[in-house]
Structure formats: structure tokens, C-alpha cells
Design a protein around this ligand. Sequence first.
Ligand code: ADP
Length: 408
Amino acid sequence: MSRIVLEARDIRYRYPRGREAIRGISFHIRRGEKIALVGPNGAGKSTLLQMFNGMIRPDSGMMLFDNEPIRYNTSSLRQIRKRVGFVLQNPDRQIIAPTVYQDVAFGPVNLGYDEPAIREAVAVGLRHVGLEGFERRPPHQLSGGEKKRVAIAGVLSMDPDVLVFDEPTSGLDPSGSEDLMELLDELNHDGKTIVISTHDVELAYPWADWVILLLEGRILQEDVPDVAFGNPEYVRMAHLSVPTLLDLSVELGKRGFALPGRKPRSVLDMIDIIENLLHGSCRNPAPGTISVCNVDEEATSSLSAWVKTRPGLAVGAMGTRAKQRASQEQLTLEFTYGVIDKCILRALRGQDSLILTTGSMVGRVAVRVEAYCRESGNIISVVSMSTAEQPPVTGLMDEEVRQNDHPH
Ligand code: ADP
């Protein structure tokens, strides 16, 4: 089991001239985990998050980072803020400099990095969030989603171990929210511990490894998502709702259907359950194939040429760089979020797909598909695009291929 990175021991906090916002909270967070603090407005989520990097000091009790109590002198606070990056709910409050470059450089400059190190840190931050080329832009001219990414790049430029997001998707449209959650997954996959606060149960349920339900400054319950959200009484007390997939499986169970012990966390899980109920098995004798392309290693134009020769192929992209590459090559993306599961669903219907991605996420595809196959008994092949077989010669001209690709 991984090490504890953050710990709260019986912390309490009252705002000056305000009410007691945190009323005796203890918990710990392990390195590499994805944690959702969930509760209604005023539950204390934001106050608690601000204790993770010393922005708020508890009146009593103790916050620990890497098993050491957080200290509140200037140099200790500087250190903890390098290790625990905080992304505010409203990027306008976080972005302060006149250009994107200066804003992202703010942390490294304050930490006393030399000029080449600052340049490198900014480049890394902007690359992570897909904003290379935005260096000279004034942040106030950017969209809400882009501003959020600038704020995240500013935090990433200090290479923190833990990233804390207060209501990460607030103010973003559904597709911006999906992109952001995908980015959080990517960062987590690169080893960052991620803590978010939210009152959106549909967002927290499939995403989090661990859920902490907060109400009136206290922990109501903490557990894996299906248990944390599985107690209707607690969910009601916290003014939340049971996530739809969980609700659906509980309702099926009440109607006497035999369901697996593991609760569905995704549409894919739910489809498996329904297939099992209908047919006793969800095995497809001729499943489709999932090809994977590391866009950093694939030469320009060979990608779109490859896709063109495969009519009916669905393309999905995981991660910012992969999405940018798809857009450069004018590829229509069918999936931009939950890509692996959606490609597994296609494969179960006997259809092929291609996942564009980068770096360590290439391996994640095979790991996820393998885990699914082990559980479900299906056999789905994951092949690297560069080694995938050439498709049979169809005799179709390019134009016909394109038409097949877009039947409508
Ligand atoms: P949440 O993030 O769950 O909405 P908050 O941590 O923002 O909750 O607020 C917890 C409680 O503390 C609420 O009762 C809120 O009114 C109060 N509070 C938050 N910020 C302040 C402040 N700056 N001054 C006084 N009271 C505050």
C-alpha cells in the first residue's frame, strides 16, 4: 500500500467573526490516489482544502504532509506550497500576470529558480495542459477553460506531488468539464495525487478512488465511491443524490435480478450487467480490435492516411496532445472522454477503434482492456497502430472510403 501523503488529525477551524467551519476532522490521503471531497454548499470543502497547503491554519489539531506536521513560518509554507499545488475555483482570482508566460513563471520565479530553469518549468507546465504557443497571450482574453488550464500550468510548473482543485469544473461547459477531468486523470497517471472538491456526484462517482462526504464541517462518511454514495440516508442528509448508475443497479437488485457484487462505475460495467441478465453472458465471438497510436512517435500525415484506409473505424483521443494532433490532421474524434471504455464497448459490438494518446497512457490502454477481459471473459486485442496489420485491399477509392466513414 502506498505511503500517506496528507493527513488531518482532529482539525478545527472557525473563521474570524464567523461560524466554526471545520469541526473535528481526521483523515488521510495516500500517494497516487484520486480523492473527491463531496458535500453541499457550506459543508466546509473549500476551507478544508485550503488547509492542505497551509493557506488556512487550523485552530486546533494538526495537518501533516509526508508524516511531518505542516509548519506555518514563511520558509516552511513556501516548501509546502511547492509540494501541494492549489487550483482555485475561479481562475480569474489565480491568474495575476499580464501574459500567460509570466503567470505560469510566477511560482518558479518566487522559488528562486534561475532563468533556464524557469523557462523549462513554464514549458513543462504549458505542455501538460496543451497551451504551448500561448506564452505571449494576455490571460484575460482566453476562454474560461483556457484560463483554468493556465492556472493549472502555473501550479504544475512547480512539479507538486499533490494537486488540489476546488470545484474543478465550475464554470466549464460539459465538454470543457470532460476535458478537464481527462487532464486530471492524465496527471494522476503521471503519479500526481489529486484531490477535488465537488457537489457533483455524477462526476465524483466514476472518477474517485475514495470519497469523503462532508456535512457541516464534519465527515459524514468516507469510503470507496459505491459505498460512500450507496447509503441513501447519508446521501439525503448531505443534500446529494445517488449516482444514476448506482441507483439503477440497486433498483435492478430490488427487483430480484442477480447482480455481481461489484457495482457499475461506467456505462461499460452497466452494459456487462445487462448483457449477463439478458443472455447469461456478454461474450462476443468476434470482437473488434483496439489499435493504439502514440502520436509523439507517429509521423505527420501517416496517421490520417492509416485512418482513411479503415472505413468504419472510430477514433478516440486521450490527453491534450493527442486531441491537438487529431485536430491538426483533421480527424473526427468520436470519443474524447472515457475513451478506453467506449472503445471496449465498440469492440464488444464487433467494431474496431483507434486510440490516439501519448507517453505513459499508451500502456494504460492495454492494462485497462486486459483487466476488463479478465473480469468479463471476453478476448479483445489491443495492437499498436504501427504494427497493426494492413487492412485487406478493398478496392474502394478514397472518396468511397470517406463516404463509408460518414454514412450520413
Ligand atoms: P464549501 O466549500 O463546502 O461550500 P466553505 O468551506 O466555503 O464550504 O464554507 C464553510 C463554512 O464557512 C460556511 O458556513 C461558510 O459560510 C463559512 N465561510 C467560508 N468562508 C468564510 C469567510 N471568509 N469568512 C467567514 N465565514 C466563511
